[in-house]
Design a protein around this ligand. Structure first.
Ligand SMILES: *Cc1c(COP(=O)(O)O)cnc(C)c1O
Length: 394
């Protein structure tokens, strides 16, 4: 639950301080509680804890002090009452859907979400009788038209990957409220440092902590943030039963990540802005997709809704797939991998990797052209990143 402490301090301070409960050892840094179970003083105490009459730890599938510190810190940063940490970003989405939806329910999702989320919705939730319709992220009337009487959830990511389209969270929150749906926002790209969807009216925030929260490409994890009923009871109830819980070690790595998240997100955003400007004036680049550019169609919305534009950008190289692959293959510093949210800059060709499963028609519809290249800008010197790209752009 949100404490008075959480209401008093700014997000940068919460990132360093929130959620810590010191043990009798007076440690300064948060310890890793590597324990699967907990002991009770008496049989009566054990009984009371199992019945839920006494608070306290029972088993680390349910609660663990290191995991709880991470949950409370992230909840404070997002401005949510409750947070449930999960084993991955995907299990955060799965847990949210299985806890809050049932057979016959319907989801409206933006088309431009993480590819595996589409597979989760269509193949696995589809099997349980939960159907999903997809709409263009920025088309408010398409969202409205897709809502049916059985629609229970609107789901989106903003900014989108890889084209950096920006959704109006406030407008979609009003739409969700008017139709008695939950608005769920995957906030992986911005993190609470750049965007706080709950404060704009969203009901639930999802994280893949694997990305910027870790920030150095080490651990897989996720989180769900929202109110104490939906998340603290319903999603938590699913998690303690089904078991995709976060390990204490990974929670500890993510706690350390949160402490530096603010300075890292600013540095990622600064580097990405400078790279976007460089690419924009390059004669062999026909278009740059980054919400920080004043030419971006949702630039003003992004400026209002976000406190920075993040580290991911995409651009269209003249010459199609051949030119894009040539650019990628000529890098010596950048990592050719689809991961993002790492200190190391990564470069990918979406049309043949992350979006390779789509038909040519679907790709054209989503704007994933053969010449498109995505860069998740890391924390190296931006001049060096530019030098590494320049070779292949000639
Ligand atoms: C990576 C990612 C996920 C999935 O997270 P995992 O931690 O890999 O399970 C979900 N949403 C977005 C936007 C992502 O980038």
């Amino acid at each position: 639950m949100m404490t008075d402490f959480d209401k008093e301090w700014a997000v940068e301070t919460l990132a360093v301080r929130a959620g810590q409960v010191r043990t009798a050892e007076n440690e300064h840094s948060e310890p890793i509680f590597a324990t699967s179970s907990y002991v009770f003083d008496t049989a009566a105490e054990a009984a009371a804890r199992f019945k839920g009459e006494l608070p306290g730890n029972i088993y680390s599938r349910f609660t663990n002090p290191t995991v709880r510190t991470f949950e409370q810190r992230l909840a404070a940063m997002e401005g949510g009452e409750s947070c449930v940490a999960t084993a991955s970003g995907m299990s955060a989405i799965l847990s949210t859907c299985l806890a809050l939806l049932q057979q016959g329910d319907h989801i409206v999702s933006s088309r431009s979400i993480f590819g595996t989320s589409v597979v989760l919705f269509d193949k696995y939730l589809g099997k349980t009788g939960i159907a999903t319709s997809y709409v263009p992220l920025t088309d408010l009337s398409a969202w409205e038209n897709a809502i049916r009487p059985e629609t229970k959830m609107l789901f989106l990511e903003t900014p989108s990957n890889p084209l950096s389209e920006v959704a109006n969270i406030q407008a979609l929150a009003s739409l969700a409220r008017a139709h008695d749906c939950l608005l769920v926002v995957d906030n992986c790209f911005c993190t609470p440092v750049l965007q706080q969807p709950l404060k704009l009216g969203a009901n639930i925030v999802i994280h893949s902590a694997t990305k910027y929260i870790d920030g150095q490409g080490r651990c897989i994890g996720g989180a769900v943030v929202g109110d104490s009923k939906l998340v603290g009871e319903e999603v938590y109830g699913f998690l303690r039963t089904a078991g995709p819980t976060l390990s204490p070690f990974n929670a500890w790595v993510f706690l350390k990540g949160l402490e530096t998240l603010n300075v890292r997100m600013k540095a990622h955003s600064d580097n990405a802005s400078q790279l976007a400007e460089y690419l924009q004036q390059h004669p062999n680049v026909s278009q740059v997709f980054y919400a920080g550019l004043s030419e971006h169609p949702q630039h003003e919305l992004a400026a209002r809704q976000q406190s920075g534009y993040g580290g991911v950008l995409a651009f269209e190289v003249k010459g199609g797939q051949k030119a894009a692959w040539n650019l990628i293959d000529n890098t010596r510093l950048l990592s050719i991998t689809a991961n993002l949210g790492d200190a190391k800059t990564t470069i990918t060709h979406p049309a043949s990797t992350t979006h390779g499963r789509l038909s040519d028609e679907q790709r054209a519809e989503s704007g994933i052209t053969p010449g498109l290249v995505r860069v998740a800008v890391g924390l190296e010197n931006v001049g060096d990143i530019i030098t590494d790209l320049e070779r292949g752009l000639k």
